[in-house]
Write a protein that binds this ligand. Structure first.
Ligand SMILES: NC(=O)c1ccc[n+]([C@@H]2O[C@H](COP(=O)([O-])OP(=O)(O)OC[C@H]3O[C@@H](n4cnc5c(N)ncnc54)[C@H](OP(=O)(O)O)[C@@H]3O)[C@@H](O)[C@H]2O)c1
Length: 272
């Protein structure tokens, strides 16, 4: 089995760099994907209350032969639940569905203008009460992190954002590295939309690797955690196998230059 790289978060918690994203999978498919991923060696599952599959994720974690403390589970507070008391209630509801007494990482899913401050204070409360191992944010670009700094007692240990070679946000990466905020990339393989980029295809030929493997490996070379979604066992294995090779520094720099501000999801700046 491949050796999993872990990162030590700023609060001392260890987190695998590679995880399984479970957006848009439900029922047996979701349960089986989580079981398959754990069998392959994944140890991080990224869900959200919005994905409406926390029950299936919880079922799979229970069914697996692994102890709970060997699986890193992330979930997120949905937009409709943001606010102080409602976030505390949403956390309890997520735990109930997941059939767990804690999650490893609880994230603010989106920086909703009127609610993000109270939502963050609720996450701080959950953390202070030791009900969650770590707290973080998603879709926080630099202006949102700068704002958060003005009222936070505890800064996020992780920021999950859309981040790909075609959306290479160097300033955000540098900002997070300097402040010990672990960056985590979502939609990391662009849902396949950039697999035919000729510059990527050339690198696939050079390394004898698939487009997904080259892109995922680029994340690891940058120290970025990444959470590709797949409900297919062969592709889950293929994505996991990117842990077995490395890219040259020159090729990492080449991939950095693919940036064209291409986005799959909404631009969080529209919420500022
Ligand atoms: N915080 C946020 O706001 C936010 C937003 C979006 C996503 N996310 C998280 O990030 C995770 C990943 O992002 P995503 O699901 O949007 O997109 P993604 O991981 O970039 O792409 C997933 C798609 O690529 C396919 N795929 C997976 N591995 C492949 C491979 N090796 N070769 C070819 N195709 C492959 C999958 O199909 P198969 O399943 O058929 O393999 C699926 O259609 C989500 O599941 C979610 O957990 C978070």
């Amino acid at each position: 089995m491949n050796k999993q790289p872990y990162t030590k978060l700023s609060n001392g918690i260890e987190m695998p760099l590679l995880g399984l994203g479970v957006y848009n999978m439900h029922g047996n498919e979701a349960e089986q994907a989580v079981l398959d991923s754990l069998e392959i060696g994944y140890r991080l599952i990224d869900t959200a209350s919005l994905y409406n599959n926390e029950t299936e994720i919880g079922n799979a974690v229970k069914k697996s032969s692994l102890p709970r403390d060997q699986i890193f589970v992330t979930t997120k507070v949905a937009t409709n639940d943001q606010g102080y008391e409602s976030t505390l209630r949403a956390y309890d509801a997520s735990l109930k569905k997941l059939q767990m007494d804690y999650v490893d990482m609880y994230l603010v899913h989106w920086p909703i203008k009127a609610k993000r401050k109270d939502t963050w204070l609720a996450l701080e409360k959950l953390y202070a009460d030791k009900r969650v191992k770590a707290i973080g944010v998603a879709n926080y670009l630099i202006p949102f992190l700068e704002e958060l700094k003005t009222y936070a007692s505890v800064m996020p240990v992780l920021n999950q954002v859309e981040f790909t070679p075609w959306l290479f946000q160097k300033d955000l990466l540098d900002y997070c590295v300097e402040r010990d905020i672990q960056l985590q990339s979502y939609s990391p393989i662009t849902r396949g939309q950039k697999f035919n980029d000729p510059r990527l295809v050339k690198l696939c030929d050079k390394y004898g690797k698939s487009p997904a493997q080259i892109i995922l490996r680029w994340n690891i070379e940058h120290g970025i955690s990444t959470i590709p979604k797949s409900a297919n066992k062969i592709r889950l294995q293929q994505n996991f196998d990117m842990l077995n090779f490395s890219l040259t520094k020159e090729d990492v720099a080449l991939i950095d230059s693919f940036d064209e501000q291409f986005r799959i999801c909404d631009n969080p700046m529209d919420l500022l």
